[in-house]
Design a protein around this ligand. Structure first.
Ligand code: BG6
Ligand code: MG
Length: 224
């Protein structure tokens, strides 16, 4: 049995956890795939979540065994095109795009004296957090360019604990992707998953709206 008092920090994924931006990554990659006549599948839709740009384009091209058709500079161009499309979408973000229940959760955690950091694979994270107006809740945002291996490797969540000056065991990592839950587990943190693709997490909620301190406390009772 565990309790909230065993933890001193929370590390939050961004896309699909704090903000409703996972759909923008998806739409932007779908356009790139469409231009290349690559069919969009459920496997791609779930698979691109949590992984970085280079891993995403590799997943998409490998889904039709076409990765080798492209030179390194062509791949670079595809990633850049996707990011330009993505940046057009995120330019429209406002504080209303913070996902349901998240404002209350961040406020509850802050009031409870729990420190927080952002553990996103996205290089666009600092700009998005700023647009959403939630930057003051966080001690820091992991810079994914300083981490050698992205999710599902532990680096991003380890760095998120490091920002908080906490050992991983005292941190709960929050994710909506399968790659992200694996990253949290590999980092030695407790995993809190949101939605269908994060079911393997130790604590699990269908929606961000369901995540409250009381509900987390209740689920922690079932952990060894
Ligand atoms: C993650 C998303 O948060 O960030 C992925 O779940 C995305 O879909 C990754 O590929 C990298 O984002 P960016 O903004 O650096 O291309
Ligand atoms: Mg995510």
């Amino acid at each position: 049995m565990k309790k909230l008092a065993d933890f001193r920090g929370f590390a939050f994924d961004l896309d699909g956890v704090l903000a409703d931006t996972a759909r923008f990554h998806s739409i932007a990659w779908q356009r790139i795939a469409q231009n290349l006549d690559i069919p969009w599948t459920d496997h791609l839709e779930a698979g691109i979540k949590g992984i970085d740009r280079a891993a995403s384009i590799a997943l998409i091209l490998n889904s039709v065994n076409r990765y080798d058709e492209f030179t390194a500079s062509e791949i670079e161009q595809l990633m850049q095109q996707k990011n330009e499309l993505y940046q057009e979408f995120i330019a429209t973000l406002t504080p209303d795009d913070v996902l349901p229940g998240i404002h209350q959760l961040l406020a509850e955690l802050k009031a409870a004296g729990i420190t927080m950091s952002v553990a996103s694979a996205s290089r666009n994270a600092p700009g998005i957090i700023e647009r959403l107006g939630i930057q003051d809740y966080f001690e820091g945002i992991v810079d994914p360019t300083t981490v050698t291996e992205g999710k599902p490797a532990p680096g991003i969540f380890l760095e998120a604990a490091n920002i908080l000056n906490l050992p991983p065991e005292q941190v709960i990592g929050v994710e909506d992707s399968s790659a992200g839950v694996k990253s949290i587990t590999a980092a030695g943190e407790v995993s809190l998953g949101i939605g269908a693709e994060a079911k393997e997490a130790q604590l699990h909620f269908e929606s961000t709206a369901d995540v409250t301190l009381a509900a987390i406390e209740e689920q922690l009772k079932n952990l060894d």
